[in-house]
Ligand binder design. Structure first.
Ligand SMILES: Nc1nc2c(ncn2[C@@H]2O[C@H](COP(=O)(O)OP(=O)(O)O)[C@@H](O)[C@H]2O)c(=O)[nH]1
Ligand SMILES: [Mg+2]
Length: 240
């Protein structure tokens, strides 16, 4: 998928303005392509997990590490403005996690991943998961060189978000509707959120998950394992 072509051209509304961010993103896209080539060389599946702050990314990854940590060699890179808290939580769950502290930047950029790769031993790694900074806006514009972008939308956020933040859903291959255990208590329609997301991106795959009640976690982990396998098979075909 070419994420560069999926950028918004201009700001609209009652006032229309030019969007100069497009030009700044060219350098990012160049580094992202280098990362993509490196991951292909090393047979590593790379996943970029995005969402608003607090939608359940780290909790999901803790469960993921507990479930499939012994089936695939996995590393997790996690981005936040400050603290190592998420990396600490992931390490407690047995994951090999590294924290990127952006110091105020509201998204991860490809050059941050490129620099972090210097501090990581990626030999034999099957799966690199990046937990992006919690934000449905800026991370949508920054390709990190990932194979798949997965966006969580929590039931606590309201079901109107895909149409308000369309680029994130347009550039994601998968939407995880998270915290579905809370559905009985919230005015949130899964059907409405899926319809809006598919209106923006008809191909988006959807899974409903609850990390606290173990709903959909097995399907999520099976999807990851399948994609790891597919990437290895595709690369072996290229080599052969
Ligand atoms: N009820 C419920 N709470 C959850 C679930 N997943 C995460 N949480 C809670 O939501 C809060 C934010 O979760 P966290 O994983 O830190 O979100 P992140 O900021 O996206 O990484 C924490 O208090 C979690 O315990 C879930 O599936 N159900
Ligand atoms: Mg987190």
């Amino acid at each position: 998928m070419n994420k560069i072509q999926k950028s918004t051209k201009a700001a609209r509304g009652t006032v229309t303005c030019d969007n100069t961010t497009m030009h700044l993103l060219k350098a990012n896209d160049f580094v992202a392509e280098s990362i993509r080539k490196q991951m292909a060389k090393q047979n590593i599946l790379m996943i970029n997990i995005t969402s608003s702050a607090g939608s359940g990314k780290t909790t999901l990854l803790q469960e993921t590490a507990r479930r499939i940590g012994d089936q695939v060699k996995m590393k997790i890179l996690v981005g936040d403005l400050e603290t190592e808290r998420d990396a600490d939580r992931l390490r407690e769950a047995g994951a090999d996690a590294l924290q990127i502290v952006t110091g105020g930047i509201c998204h991860l950029e490809a050059q941050m991943i490129w620099q972090a790769m210097d501090s990581m031993n990626l030999d034999g790694v099957d799966l690199l998961i990046v937990e992006n900074v919690g934000n449905l806006v800026c991370p949508a514009s920054f390709d990190l060189g990932e194979d798949y972008r997965v966006t969580l939308i929590a039931t606590t956020e309201g079901d109107d978000k895909p149409k308000k933040y369309p680029r994130m859903f347009l550039t994601s291959e998968m939407m995880l509707v998270s915290k579905v255990d809370l559905l009985p208590y919230l005015p949130f329609s899964v059907d409405a959120v899926v319809a809006d997301a598919r209106d923006i991106n008809p191909d988006i795959k959807v899974l409903e998950v609850s990390s606290t009640q173990n709903t959909g976690i097995e399907e999520w982990c099976n999807w990851l394992l399948e994609k790891v396998k597919e990437k290895k098979e595709a690369n072996n075909e290229v080599v052969a």
